[in-house]
Design a binder for this molecule. Structure first.
Ligand SMILES: CC(C)(COP(=O)(O)OP(=O)(O)OC[C@H]1O[C@@H](n2cnc3c(N)ncnc32)[C@H](O)[C@@H]1OP(=O)(O)O)[C@@H](O)C(=O)NCCC(=O)NCCS
Length: 399
């Protein structure tokens, strides 16, 4: 991982000295966190002390959620308790939320997520508080409920039905069952679970930072998560996994027409896109400049699922071309796109699944922010005109 050096400038401003930071807050550190981030050597992303790849490969959803929320991997009784709560809460999404979702015009499931979560806050916590019991209970309710809302939205928009959660199943298996409408195998459920864990957190990424900004105003956790979902939806963030699969399927179709294998044609396809100055979704990262270690874990599961060897060849070829042409590595979204395709998941559910993992990070960051809060409110450098005077409308637009 290479760290890019960027300079900040100091300038005199009307409110005192201004620190002018790089656009996009590149390499800017607005706060500290003990939840996740790049280790001091800049080699790995760390989940509460463990590497992201270690936890992604080995931890269950419940173990990883416990690690994020409470700071350590659970002992047996703690594991039983967090599992009991997440499974119970998954089955308790109020009927009125489903009724409300039925009124939403058919749309992308990410919109159902933002509406549903905001409404859920109204039901569960109309009066917000900041004591530990309350914060952790609502973090777990959000973690458990979000997948139910997304999957309800997806099915309502398609066949008007709602597949209900089964609190007797493990979280990841039940969520995948609700998405694909059949009972997944243990391997499918574990591959899906691992992807949720890999998505759980990633330092001050755009959606997490959005959650922290909202938390810093002492707004409630449900509103903060609704904001996080909005930030994640964009194609430069969570929306990339959907775009990456659409791109791979477009390349596959073109390859078939050209009578060439995709693992060969993908080079031509990428070169054409780069020549048109288009971005290749699923490549590049604000932090990982050489390699995204999460892709190694996802690759292990891709290999075991249908057409695994074939897809890995396509992914590796695309990576080789992008590294040669742009020195950009593939990111996790390029790999989960294929993994979700292998699991038979509809493409519009890819970004919601990212959110079903990231909700663990969002709620953990919400709690960390409010426990040591300072409102996040930067200062702008105004460069527009000054001295204009209001004129009545009849005088304003004279030609
Ligand atoms: C993730 C991303 C937003 C990181 O942004 P960033 O750190 O600001 O990096 P930049 O966008 O400044 O990229 C630096 C250069 O690489 C190019 N680049 C970055 N990602 C690219 C991609 N996926 N395809 C082609 N070129 C890319 C940029 O155009 C830029 O080129 P320039 O210097 O000639 O203008 C960016 O890489 C991207 O848009 N990737 C595609 C979307 C994606 O996969 N997002 C998921 C991230 S987990």
């Amino acid at each position: 991982m290479s760290r890019v050096e960027v300079e900040c400038k100091m300038e005199e401003g009307p409110l005192g000295k201004y620190i002018i930071v790089p656009k996009g807050l590149y390499n800017v550190v607005p706060d500290t966190t003990t939840i996740s981030g790049v280790d001091p050597k800049g080699e790995h992303t760390i989940y509460r002390g463990y590497t992201i790849a270690d936890i992604g490969e080995h931890a269950s959803f419940y173990e990883a959620a416990h690690l994020f929320l409470y700071g350590q991997l659970p002992c047996e009784d703690e594991l039983r308790e967090i599992k009991r709560k997440i499974d119970t809460y998954r089955g308790q999404v109020p009927e009125k939320i489903f009724d409300a979702l039925k009124l939403v015009p058919k749309t992308h499931p990410m919109y159902y997520g933002s509406y549903g979560v905001a409404l859920l806050g109204q039901y569960y916590a109309p009066e917000w508080r900041f004591d530990d019991d309350f914060l952790y209970e609502h973090a777990l309710r959000l973690i458990a409920s979000l997948p139910v809302i997304f999957t309800a939205g997806w099915h309502l928009a398609h066949d008007g039905t709602v597949i209900r959660p089964d609190p007797n199943l493990d979280h990841a298996k039940d969520v995948l069952r609700m998405i694909i409408g059949r009972m997944p195998s243990d391997l499918e459920a574990r591959a899906f679970e691992s992807s949720l864990v890999l998505y759980m957190d990633h330092g001050f990424n755009a959606s997490t930072f959005t959650v922290r900004v909202i938390a810093s105003t002492l707004s409630d956790m449900y509103s903060a998560v609704a904001g996080g979902i909005g930030a994640l939806k964009g194609p430069l963030h969570g929306g990339a996994n959907e775009k990456a699969m659409q791109m791979l399927l477009e390349a596959k179709e073109q390859a078939e027409k050209a009578g060439k294998p995709l693992e060969e044609y993908i080079e031509e396809y990428i070169l054409q896109k780069l020549a048109r100055k288009e971005k290749i979704m699923g490549f590049g990262h604000r932090v990982y400049k050489i390699h995204d270690p999460r892709t190694d874990v996802a690759a292990k599961f891709i290999k075991q699922l249908p057409e695994g060897e074939y897809w890995l060849k396509v992914l590796k070829k695309a990576e080789e071309v992008m590294w040669r042409e742009k020195k950009l590595p593939a990111n996790i979204d390029f790999y989960t796109a294929v993994l979700y395709y292998q699991l038979g998941i509809p493409i519009p559910m890819y970004t919601p699944i990212f959110a079903m993992g990231r909700i663990v990070g969002w709620t953990s960051h919400y709690i960390e922010q409010v426990k040591n809060n300072k409102i996040i409110r930067p200062t702008e450098k105004y460069v527009g005109p000054t001295g204009l005077k209001y004129a009545p409308i009849e005088e304003r637009c004279k030609k």
